[in-house]
Design a protein around this ligand. Structure first.
Ligand SMILES: C[S@@+](CC[C@H](N)C(=O)[O-])C[C@H]1O[C@@H](n2cnc3c(N)ncnc32)[C@H](O)[C@@H]1O
Length: 253
């Protein structure tokens, strides 16, 4: 029976990979790599470095083309579901064509596969269709949220308080209560600028774990402009950016 491993590889630092992931990589015959285009070369470089460091047996690398999501679809969820279905069809064909009946394949997933990543859902869809038979296992990785809190040396939660993880698109939907900590991912628009920043502190990080890493923290009202500017400059310099931040009421508020 084919086996598929969905392996979290951490959010940018090759040293973040777990021993469980290294052990799984030691038995891999095929690594499936999603082709995100030239602007994501840095991300592909991390995956290549991980393979070079930890896979010592012969293996094959199979590039998976990533269909372009139709962002004009006004219904966000319907658009994403259609995109997942298209990806499931492509992954299914490639698994059937390139992975032998008794071989092991791996999808290397940025951060942890459970957090804002579609690989688990797509693999579930393929299994549900039943055209190609395989078992699968998820191996956790260090998320960008953990990379962010570690680099700022902070806890994710206040004492006994909740942590809300959301996207830039949904930040405005959430009222930040005094004990809340809100982590915002996938924010291309600096959504923190559009909320009431009074008494809020922000802990922001970009390219965490890499040599491009940038960290800024402080009262939101005081550092919002500096973050916006640093973000725009870094994006222009590198052609891409990934950033994440944590917001909460300042301890002295
Ligand atoms: C598609 S999600 C993937 C999240 C990933 N599965 C995880 O566990 O962190 C991509 C978002 O994760 C965040 N992210 C991932 N890696 C990052 C990094 N090295 N530095 C800053 N943010 C990062 C950014 O908010 C980015 O928009």
């Amino acid at each position: 029976m084919r086996r598929i491993f969905i392996i979290g590889i951490g959010a940018g630092n090759p040293d973040h990979i777990t021993v469980q992931a290294i052990k799984a990589l030691a038995g891999i015959d095929v690594v499936f790599v999603i082709d995100k285009g030239p602007e994501k070369d840095d991300l592909a470089a991390l995956r290549r470095e991980i393979c070079a460091r930890y896979i010592t047996q012969p293996y094959r690398m199979v590039a998976i083309p990533d269909p372009v999501r139709d962002r004009r679809n006004p219904a966000y969820e319907t658009g994403v579901l259609a995109w997942h279905a298209e990806r499931a069809r492509i992954y299914e064909d490639l698994i059937a064509e390139t992975l032998g009946e008794s071989e092991n394949g791996a999808f290397l997933v940025w951060g942890d596969p459970a957090l804002y990543d579609s690989t688990i859902r797509i693999i579930d869809q393929i299994r549900a269709r039943g055209v190609v038979a395989f078992t699968h296992e998820v191996i956790p990785g260090i998320t960008s949220v953990q990379a962010l809190t570690a680099r700022h040396g902070i806890t994710a939660n206040t004492i006994g308080g909740p942590v809300h993880i959301t996207t830039g698109r949904r930040l405005g939907d959430h009222r930040i209560e005094p004990a809340d900590s809100v982590v915002v991912m996938l924010d291309g628009e600096c959504a923190f600028r559009a909320i009431d920043g009074e008494d809020l502190e922000i802990f922001w990080g970009a390219y965490l774990g890499s040599d491009k890493e940038i960290l800024i923290s402080g009262p939101l009202r005081e550092v919002a402009d500096a973050i916006t500017q640093a973000r725009a400059e870094a994006r222009a310099a590198h052609g891409w950016i990934m950033d994440v931040y944590l917001l909460r009421r300042s301890a002295t508020a």
